[in-house]
Design a protein around this ligand. Structure first.
Ligand SMILES: C[S@@+](CC[C@H](N)C(=O)[O-])C[C@H]1O[C@@H](n2cnc3c(N)ncnc32)[C@H](O)[C@@H]1O
Length: 350
Protein backbone atom coordinates (compact mmCIF):
# COMPACT_ATOMS: atom_id res chain seq x y z
CA UNK A 1 0.00 0.00 0.00
CA UNK A 2 1.31 3.43 -0.89
CA UNK A 3 0.43 6.67 0.75
CA UNK A 4 0.81 9.67 -1.54
CA UNK A 5 0.71 13.38 -0.76
CA UNK A 6 3.19 16.05 0.23
CA UNK A 7 2.84 16.59 3.92
CA UNK A 8 5.84 18.63 5.03
CA UNK A 9 4.24 20.15 8.10
CA UNK A 10 3.42 18.30 11.27
CA UNK A 11 -0.14 17.35 12.16
CA UNK A 12 -1.03 16.37 15.70
CA UNK A 13 -3.93 14.16 16.65
CA UNK A 14 -4.32 15.12 20.28
CA UNK A 15 -6.49 12.96 22.51
CA UNK A 16 -6.78 15.85 24.89
CA UNK A 17 -8.67 14.45 27.86
CA UNK A 18 -9.93 11.05 28.92
CA UNK A 19 -13.49 11.71 30.16
CA UNK A 20 -16.46 11.47 27.83
CA UNK A 21 -20.20 11.72 28.55
CA UNK A 22 -20.81 8.89 26.08
CA UNK A 23 -19.90 5.25 26.53
CA UNK A 24 -19.55 4.14 22.92
CA UNK A 25 -19.33 0.38 23.05
CA UNK A 26 -16.64 0.11 20.38
CA UNK A 27 -14.55 3.04 21.61
CA UNK A 28 -10.81 2.57 21.37
CA UNK A 29 -10.57 4.08 24.86
CA UNK A 30 -12.39 0.99 26.17
CA UNK A 31 -15.26 1.29 28.62
CA UNK A 32 -15.24 2.60 32.17
CA UNK A 33 -17.04 -0.52 33.34
CA UNK A 34 -14.30 -2.87 32.17
CA UNK A 35 -11.56 -0.58 33.46
CA UNK A 36 -13.11 -0.35 36.92
CA UNK A 37 -12.71 -4.10 37.20
CA UNK A 38 -9.27 -4.25 35.63
CA UNK A 39 -7.52 -0.87 35.43
CA UNK A 40 -5.30 -0.29 32.41
CA UNK A 41 -1.73 0.50 33.29
CA UNK A 42 0.58 -0.11 30.33
CA UNK A 43 2.16 2.74 28.35
CA UNK A 44 -0.04 3.93 25.52
CA UNK A 45 -3.20 2.36 26.90
CA UNK A 46 -6.19 4.66 26.90
CA UNK A 47 -9.05 4.81 29.37
CA UNK A 48 -11.95 7.15 30.06
CA UNK A 49 -10.91 6.94 33.72
CA UNK A 50 -8.66 9.98 33.76
CA UNK A 51 -6.05 8.89 36.24
CA UNK A 52 -3.09 10.54 34.52
CA UNK A 53 -4.46 13.40 32.41
CA UNK A 54 -1.99 16.27 32.36
CA UNK A 55 -2.68 19.34 34.51
CA UNK A 56 -4.27 22.18 32.56
CA UNK A 57 -1.21 24.41 33.06
CA UNK A 58 1.02 21.86 31.32
CA UNK A 59 -1.38 21.50 28.40
CA UNK A 60 -1.62 25.25 27.88
CA UNK A 61 2.13 25.80 28.30
CA UNK A 62 2.87 23.22 25.63
CA UNK A 63 0.22 24.75 23.36
CA UNK A 64 1.89 28.16 23.68
CA UNK A 65 5.14 26.64 22.44
CA UNK A 66 3.56 25.39 19.20
CA UNK A 67 3.58 28.79 17.44
CA UNK A 68 6.53 28.89 15.06
CA UNK A 69 7.17 25.14 15.29
CA UNK A 70 6.63 22.60 12.50
CA UNK A 71 3.15 21.86 13.88
CA UNK A 72 0.61 23.50 11.58
CA UNK A 73 -2.60 21.59 12.30
CA UNK A 74 -4.02 20.09 15.47
CA UNK A 75 -6.97 17.74 15.71
CA UNK A 76 -8.43 17.94 19.21
CA UNK A 77 -10.18 14.73 20.20
CA UNK A 78 -10.35 12.66 23.33
CA UNK A 79 -12.48 11.66 25.23
CA UNK A 80 -14.76 14.60 24.59
CA UNK A 81 -12.77 17.82 24.15
CA UNK A 82 -15.77 20.16 24.31
CA UNK A 83 -16.72 19.25 27.89
CA UNK A 84 -13.30 20.25 29.21
CA UNK A 85 -13.73 23.85 30.43
CA UNK A 86 -10.26 25.13 29.39
CA UNK A 87 -10.74 23.94 25.80
CA UNK A 88 -11.59 27.42 24.52
CA UNK A 89 -8.42 28.85 26.09
CA UNK A 90 -6.46 26.11 24.40
CA UNK A 91 -8.07 26.80 21.02
CA UNK A 92 -7.43 30.52 21.42
CA UNK A 93 -3.74 29.88 22.11
CA UNK A 94 -3.42 27.59 19.09
CA UNK A 95 -5.30 29.87 16.71
CA UNK A 96 -3.43 32.97 17.80
CA UNK A 97 -0.22 31.01 17.13
CA UNK A 98 -1.31 30.50 13.52
CA UNK A 99 -2.17 26.82 13.98
CA UNK A 100 -5.19 25.27 12.29
CA UNK A 101 -7.60 23.62 14.71
CA UNK A 102 -10.05 20.83 13.97
CA UNK A 103 -12.27 19.69 16.84
CA UNK A 104 -13.67 16.15 16.94
CA UNK A 105 -16.81 16.01 19.07
CA UNK A 106 -19.74 13.77 19.86
CA UNK A 107 -21.89 16.76 18.86
CA UNK A 108 -23.96 17.07 22.02
CA UNK A 109 -22.02 20.04 23.50
CA UNK A 110 -22.87 21.98 20.33
CA UNK A 111 -26.32 22.57 21.82
CA UNK A 112 -24.72 25.18 24.09
CA UNK A 113 -25.11 28.51 22.24
CA UNK A 114 -22.14 30.04 24.09
CA UNK A 115 -19.93 27.23 22.86
CA UNK A 116 -20.99 27.30 19.22
CA UNK A 117 -20.62 31.09 19.22
CA UNK A 118 -17.10 30.76 20.61
CA UNK A 119 -16.11 28.13 18.02
CA UNK A 120 -17.23 30.50 15.27
CA UNK A 121 -15.65 33.57 16.86
CA UNK A 122 -12.34 31.75 17.40
CA UNK A 123 -12.42 30.72 13.72
CA UNK A 124 -11.95 27.06 14.48
CA UNK A 125 -11.14 25.57 11.08
CA UNK A 126 -13.40 22.54 11.26
CA UNK A 127 -15.63 20.59 13.59
CA UNK A 128 -16.02 16.85 12.97
CA UNK A 129 -19.17 15.43 14.55
CA UNK A 130 -19.58 11.72 15.19
CA UNK A 131 -22.87 10.39 13.84
CA UNK A 132 -23.17 6.70 13.06
CA UNK A 133 -26.46 6.41 11.21
CA UNK A 134 -29.66 7.91 9.91
CA UNK A 135 -31.25 5.47 12.36
CA UNK A 136 -31.48 7.11 15.78
CA UNK A 137 -31.99 3.79 17.55
CA UNK A 138 -28.83 2.33 16.02
CA UNK A 139 -26.74 5.37 16.93
CA UNK A 140 -28.05 5.45 20.48
CA UNK A 141 -27.55 1.72 20.99
CA UNK A 142 -23.84 1.95 20.14
CA UNK A 143 -23.11 5.46 21.38
CA UNK A 144 -25.20 5.68 24.58
CA UNK A 145 -24.93 8.76 26.79
CA UNK A 146 -24.08 8.13 30.41
CA UNK A 147 -26.94 10.45 31.46
CA UNK A 148 -29.41 8.17 29.67
CA UNK A 149 -30.96 11.18 27.90
CA UNK A 150 -28.77 12.64 25.20
CA UNK A 151 -28.35 10.91 21.87
CA UNK A 152 -28.89 11.06 18.12
CA UNK A 153 -31.45 13.89 18.24
CA UNK A 154 -29.11 16.10 20.26
CA UNK A 155 -26.32 15.39 17.77
CA UNK A 156 -28.56 16.44 14.88
CA UNK A 157 -29.65 19.54 16.81
CA UNK A 158 -26.03 20.32 17.70
CA UNK A 159 -24.94 20.20 14.06
CA UNK A 160 -27.86 22.46 13.16
CA UNK A 161 -26.92 24.94 15.89
CA UNK A 162 -23.33 25.14 14.70
CA UNK A 163 -24.30 25.55 11.04
CA UNK A 164 -26.74 28.30 12.06
CA UNK A 165 -24.21 30.03 14.33
CA UNK A 166 -21.68 29.99 11.50
CA UNK A 167 -24.10 31.63 9.10
CA UNK A 168 -22.11 33.12 6.24
CA UNK A 169 -18.80 33.02 8.14
CA UNK A 170 -15.99 31.12 6.39
CA UNK A 171 -15.38 28.75 9.29
CA UNK A 172 -15.72 26.31 10.84
CA UNK A 173 -16.33 23.70 8.17
CA UNK A 174 -18.68 21.16 9.69
CA UNK A 175 -18.46 17.46 8.97
CA UNK A 176 -19.85 14.09 9.95
CA UNK A 177 -17.66 11.15 10.90
CA UNK A 178 -19.42 7.77 10.78
CA UNK A 179 -17.97 4.59 12.31
CA UNK A 180 -18.91 1.83 9.87
CA UNK A 181 -19.65 -1.65 11.23
CA UNK A 182 -21.32 -4.76 9.87
CA UNK A 183 -24.62 -3.48 11.32
CA UNK A 184 -24.78 0.01 9.82
CA UNK A 185 -22.96 -0.60 6.55
CA UNK A 186 -26.21 -0.38 4.61
CA UNK A 187 -26.71 3.15 5.98
CA UNK A 188 -23.42 4.56 4.71
CA UNK A 189 -24.67 6.47 1.65
CA UNK A 190 -27.83 7.59 3.44
CA UNK A 191 -25.78 8.99 6.32
CA UNK A 192 -23.73 10.96 3.80
CA UNK A 193 -26.97 12.35 2.41
CA UNK A 194 -28.12 13.31 5.89
CA UNK A 195 -24.82 15.13 6.45
CA UNK A 196 -25.42 17.09 3.25
CA UNK A 197 -29.03 17.82 4.22
CA UNK A 198 -27.83 19.18 7.56
CA UNK A 199 -25.59 21.67 5.75
CA UNK A 200 -22.33 19.86 6.46
CA UNK A 201 -19.21 20.34 4.35
CA UNK A 202 -17.65 16.88 4.63
CA UNK A 203 -18.55 13.29 5.36
CA UNK A 204 -16.05 10.62 6.38
CA UNK A 205 -17.17 7.02 6.84
CA UNK A 206 -14.44 5.15 8.71
CA UNK A 207 -14.37 1.41 9.39
CA UNK A 208 -14.54 0.32 13.01
CA UNK A 209 -11.09 -0.68 14.25
CA UNK A 210 -11.14 -3.35 16.93
CA UNK A 211 -8.37 -5.67 18.03
CA UNK A 212 -9.06 -9.28 17.11
CA UNK A 213 -9.48 -10.17 20.79
CA UNK A 214 -12.02 -7.38 21.43
CA UNK A 215 -15.37 -8.79 22.57
CA UNK A 216 -17.17 -6.94 19.73
CA UNK A 217 -14.70 -7.76 16.97
CA UNK A 218 -16.68 -10.64 15.45
CA UNK A 219 -19.94 -8.76 15.75
CA UNK A 220 -18.86 -5.40 14.35
CA UNK A 221 -15.67 -5.58 12.28
CA UNK A 222 -16.16 -5.69 8.52
CA UNK A 223 -15.21 -8.95 6.82
CA UNK A 224 -14.56 -9.91 3.24
CA UNK A 225 -18.23 -10.97 3.04
CA UNK A 226 -19.12 -7.31 3.51
CA UNK A 227 -16.95 -6.02 0.69
CA UNK A 228 -19.59 -6.18 -2.07
CA UNK A 229 -22.05 -4.19 0.07
CA UNK A 230 -19.28 -1.79 1.06
CA UNK A 231 -18.45 -1.24 -2.62
CA UNK A 232 -22.12 -0.61 -3.42
CA UNK A 233 -22.41 1.94 -0.64
CA UNK A 234 -19.29 3.83 -1.73
CA UNK A 235 -20.57 3.78 -5.31
CA UNK A 236 -23.96 5.10 -4.21
CA UNK A 237 -22.24 7.82 -2.20
CA UNK A 238 -20.15 8.88 -5.20
CA UNK A 239 -23.10 8.67 -7.61
CA UNK A 240 -25.19 10.90 -5.36
CA UNK A 241 -22.73 13.75 -6.02
CA UNK A 242 -23.60 15.27 -2.68
CA UNK A 243 -22.41 18.80 -1.94
CA UNK A 244 -20.04 17.47 0.73
CA UNK A 245 -16.37 16.53 0.52
CA UNK A 246 -15.80 12.79 0.83
CA UNK A 247 -12.49 10.90 1.01
CA UNK A 248 -10.63 10.55 -2.26
CA UNK A 249 -11.39 7.86 -4.83
CA UNK A 250 -8.65 5.54 -3.56
CA UNK A 251 -10.22 5.38 -0.08
CA UNK A 252 -12.81 2.61 -0.67
CA UNK A 253 -9.98 0.40 -1.93
CA UNK A 254 -7.88 1.23 1.13
CA UNK A 255 -10.77 0.31 3.40
CA UNK A 256 -11.24 -2.95 1.50
CA UNK A 257 -7.50 -3.70 1.80
CA UNK A 258 -7.71 -3.21 5.54
CA UNK A 259 -10.61 -5.64 5.70
CA UNK A 260 -8.77 -8.26 3.60
CA UNK A 261 -5.47 -8.28 5.48
CA UNK A 262 -5.15 -7.91 9.25
CA UNK A 263 -1.64 -6.47 8.88
CA UNK A 264 0.50 -5.46 5.96
CA UNK A 265 3.12 -3.10 4.69
CA UNK A 266 2.67 0.65 4.19
CA UNK A 267 5.12 2.25 1.84
CA UNK A 268 6.17 5.76 2.82
CA UNK A 269 4.00 6.21 5.91
CA UNK A 270 3.57 9.65 7.47
CA UNK A 271 3.26 8.24 11.03
CA UNK A 272 6.12 9.56 13.12
CA UNK A 273 7.13 11.90 10.27
CA UNK A 274 4.36 14.38 9.69
CA UNK A 275 1.70 12.87 11.97
CA UNK A 276 1.99 12.29 15.71
CA UNK A 277 -0.46 11.20 18.36
CA UNK A 278 -0.62 12.73 21.85
CA UNK A 279 -2.48 10.96 24.64
CA UNK A 280 -4.17 12.63 27.64
CA UNK A 281 -1.15 11.87 29.84
CA UNK A 282 1.00 13.87 27.40
CA UNK A 283 2.75 10.83 25.93
CA UNK A 284 3.71 11.20 22.27
CA UNK A 285 3.42 8.35 19.79
CA UNK A 286 4.35 8.11 16.13
CA UNK A 287 0.79 7.27 15.24
CA UNK A 288 -2.39 6.15 16.96
CA UNK A 289 -2.20 2.63 15.55
CA UNK A 290 -2.35 0.16 18.43
CA UNK A 291 0.17 -2.06 16.63
CA UNK A 292 2.57 0.83 16.21
CA UNK A 293 2.17 1.95 19.83
CA UNK A 294 2.82 -1.58 21.07
CA UNK A 295 5.96 -1.78 18.92
CA UNK A 296 7.41 1.54 20.15
CA UNK A 297 10.85 0.96 21.67
CA UNK A 298 11.39 2.43 25.13
CA UNK A 299 14.09 4.68 23.65
CA UNK A 300 11.46 6.38 21.48
CA UNK A 301 8.98 7.08 24.29
CA UNK A 302 8.42 10.80 24.67
CA UNK A 303 6.02 13.27 26.23
CA UNK A 304 5.05 16.84 25.57
CA UNK A 305 6.67 17.65 28.91
CA UNK A 306 10.05 16.89 27.33
CA UNK A 307 10.32 20.37 25.88
CA UNK A 308 8.81 22.95 23.55
CA UNK A 309 6.94 21.79 20.45
CA UNK A 310 9.89 22.67 18.21
CA UNK A 311 12.01 20.15 20.10
CA UNK A 312 9.39 17.44 20.44
CA UNK A 313 8.20 17.64 16.83
CA UNK A 314 10.50 18.34 13.90
CA UNK A 315 9.12 18.35 10.36
CA UNK A 316 10.56 15.42 8.45
CA UNK A 317 9.91 15.13 4.74
CA UNK A 318 11.31 11.64 4.66
CA UNK A 319 8.90 8.78 5.07
CA UNK A 320 9.46 5.39 6.52
CA UNK A 321 7.98 2.17 5.29
CA UNK A 322 5.94 0.54 8.04
CA UNK A 323 5.23 -3.19 8.33
CA UNK A 324 2.32 -2.62 10.73
CA UNK A 325 -0.53 -1.68 8.40
CA UNK A 326 -3.91 -2.30 10.01
CA UNK A 327 -7.45 -0.98 9.92
CA UNK A 328 -6.28 1.71 12.38
CA UNK A 329 -4.19 3.28 9.61
CA UNK A 330 -7.16 3.73 7.29
CA UNK A 331 -8.67 6.20 9.71
CA UNK A 332 -5.60 8.40 9.48
CA UNK A 333 -5.72 8.82 5.72
CA UNK A 334 -8.74 11.15 5.42
CA UNK A 335 -7.29 13.08 8.36
CA UNK A 336 -4.08 13.65 6.42
CA UNK A 337 -6.15 14.83 3.44
CA UNK A 338 -7.60 17.70 5.44
CA UNK A 339 -5.96 20.28 3.19
CA UNK A 340 -8.75 19.39 0.78
CA UNK A 341 -11.47 19.78 3.41
CA UNK A 342 -10.12 23.13 4.54
CA UNK A 343 -9.87 24.43 0.99
CA UNK A 344 -13.62 24.05 0.51
CA UNK A 345 -15.77 27.08 1.21
CA UNK A 346 -17.89 26.49 4.28
CA UNK A 347 -21.49 25.86 3.31
CA UNK A 348 -20.69 25.26 -0.34
CA UNK A 349 -18.56 22.10 -0.41
CA UNK A 350 -18.61 20.15 -3.63
C1 LIG B 1 -12.75 8.67 20.40
S1 LIG B 1 -13.67 9.90 19.59
C2 LIG B 1 -13.18 11.36 20.46
C3 LIG B 1 -13.86 12.60 19.98
C4 LIG B 1 -15.32 12.79 20.35
N1 LIG B 1 -15.64 12.43 21.68
C5 LIG B 1 -16.23 12.08 19.37
O1 LIG B 1 -17.14 11.37 19.80
O2 LIG B 1 -16.07 12.29 18.17
C6 LIG B 1 -12.90 10.13 18.00
C7 LIG B 1 -13.52 9.34 16.87
O3 LIG B 1 -13.13 7.99 16.95
C8 LIG B 1 -14.22 7.19 16.62
N2 LIG B 1 -13.97 5.86 17.18
C9 LIG B 1 -14.01 5.47 18.46
N3 LIG B 1 -13.70 4.17 18.58
C10 LIG B 1 -13.45 3.72 17.34
C11 LIG B 1 -13.10 2.46 16.80
N4 LIG B 1 -12.92 1.40 17.59
N5 LIG B 1 -12.92 2.35 15.47
C12 LIG B 1 -13.10 3.43 14.65
N6 LIG B 1 -13.44 4.64 15.11
C13 LIG B 1 -13.62 4.79 16.44
C14 LIG B 1 -15.39 7.95 17.22
O4 LIG B 1 -16.64 7.56 16.72
C15 LIG B 1 -15.04 9.36 16.84
O5 LIG B 1 -15.49 9.63 15.53
Amino acid sequence: MTRGGGEDAVTLLWALRSPCPLSCRYCYFGTIEEHRDSPVIGPGTLSHLSRNDLPTADVLAFARSIAGSAVKRVFLAGGEPLVWPPVLSLIEILKSGGVQVVVATNGIPLNRPDLTRALVDLQVDAVSVSLDSVDAAYHDAWRPARNGKDGWQQVIDGIGSLVTARGAAPAPRVGVYMVVTRHNLADLAATGRLAADLGCDYFVPQPVALDSDHTLHRQLSLTTDDLPALGQQFTALADAQLPVWTPQASYPGQVADAVRVPTGFVRGCFGGRSLFFIEPDGSVWDCPSSLRIAATPTSRRRTILDGAAAQVFAADDGRADCPLFSVDCVNMWPLMDFDQVLSTSAGTAS
